[in-house]
Design a protein around this ligand. Structure first.
Ligand code: NAD
Ligand code: TDX
Length: 341
């Protein structure tokens, strides 16, 4: 692994991963990103002049774009983060989710096959396993849990995983899949729970909690997801699937109350709103395979990770205020106006 094409590298996890790779390996990195509403080159100002980093604006659905970058930079490895990633947006309209998450993945797999690249890693999600019962805490998602998708987003991610399996099985290609739980940390777009609640609390606005607030998510600090992906790239056998999680389950409402407490704001700012349609009740990941086989473990406990994250948003108000304008305001109106009344 020498020259890596990182797709979706201008997004939340992709930009954190690029910095992680530059800091922890000698690899060259090409960030291949379409720069949708979620892609932001400001996430990468620290590395923009690094000799081992290049940015290419391109769409993973466009094979010519991808081939050009692969040939020009002698790419041997692709890590695919590029996706439409927000469940609520997939409920408002699924087309772009199918185009990018399924069609784009197919394009990358074709390039992998035709160019004979040495490795491909698909960044997938725990949402492909569906929802767990909240009264059975001993049950978690393992790599053997059947794929069961409940949102257009998870259906599109699962479809991509199935294509990866098919290309590996049929053509013997070197394909890996990781399935991670909810990430949090710096540079997360403020449409997702934790940064949205921090921004609302700092802005003195109501914090919209869906349904009864008792849905459960398993939270992992973003740099721990990055170290897991790097461990899989460097150490695993071809064809493996690895779950990645924080063993850190929280009710949404408890996270929201914690954020308010840390920011010194009152719980009266919480507003329970109409639930997300088809809302998955509980996610929890069993990470024992990656821990036992590859020796990976998270470096951050939640108490430290959430502190780092809140402080980052407090110190980087310009970053989130800028992205919460324009297109964002239209989305916010569309998603929340019907829920708030
Ligand atoms: P994000 O929405 O912050 O970033 C997505 C990036 O992909 C953006 O930079 C965007 O410009 C780019 N992109 C979108 N369509 C593209 C296209 N057609 N061609 C090229 N680039 C395109 O997403 P994220 O939260 O960083 O998630 C990254 C990946 O990790 C996704 O595949 C997501 O499914 C997966 N994942 C996310 C989480 C999480 O908690 N955020 C958890 C598990 C897995
Ligand atoms: O305003 C909100 N109010 C609220 O109660 C928002 C945006 C969310 N929620 C709830 C819904 C979920 O139960 O918080 C929980 C987390 O929501 P999101 O941040 O939207 O994440 P989730 O739907 O769990 O999906 C995330 O984890 C898996 C990522 O967005 C996906 O990209 C990833 O694959």
């Amino acid at each position: 692994m020498q020259n890596i094409l990182i797709t979706g590298g201008a997004g939340f996890i992709g930009s954190n991963f690029i910095k992680h790779v530059l800091d922890n390996t000698n690899c060259n990195v090409v960030n291949f990103d379409k720069l949708t509403y979620a892609g932001n080159l400001e996430n990468l100002v620290d590395v923009e002049f690094n000799d081992r980093y290049r940015f290419v604006k391109g769409d993973i659905c466009d094979k010519e774009d991808v081939l050009k970058a692969v040939k020009e930079y002698g790419i041997d490895t692709i890590v695919n983060f590029a996706a439409e990633s927000h469940v609520d947006r997939s409920i408002l309209g699924a087309k772009e989710f199918i185009n990018t998450n399924v069609g784009g993945t197919l394009t990358l797999l074709e390039v992998l096959k035709e160019q004979g690249l040495s490795k491909y890693l698909q960044v997938s999600t725990d949402e492909v396993y569906g929802s767990l019962p909240e009264d059975r805490p001993e049950i978690k998602f393992t790599e053997q849990t059947p794929i069961t998708t409940n949102s257009p987003y998870s259906a599109s991610k699962a479809s991509a995983d199935l294509l990866c399996n098919a290309f590996r099985h049929t053509f013997g290609l070197p394909i890996l899949i990781t399935r991670c739980s909810n990430n949090y940390g710096p540079y997360q777009f403020p449409e997702k729970l934790i940064p949205l609640m921090i921004a609302k609390a700092l802005g003195g606005e109501e914090l919209p909690v869906y349904g009864d607030g008792k849905n459960v998510r398993d939270w992992l600090y973003v740099d721990d997801h990055c170290s897991a992906i790097l461990a899989v790239l460097e150490k695993s056998r071809d064809g493996e699937v690895y779950n990645v999680g924080g063993n850190n389950e929280w009710y949404n409402i408890d996270i929201v109350k914690l954020i308010l407490k840390k920011l010194g704001r009152p719980e009266s700012m919480i507003k329970y709103v109409k639930d997300r349609p088809g809302h998955d009740r509980r996610y929890a990941i069993d990470s024992s395979k990656i821990m036992n086989e590859l020796g990976w473990k998270p470096a951050h406990v939640f108490e430290d990770g959430i502190e780092l994250t809140i402080n980052w948003y407090v110190e980087n108000e310009n970053w989130w205020k800028k992205v919460m304008s324009g297109e964002y305001l239209k989305y916010f109106e569309q998603n929340y106006s019907a829920k708030m009344h």
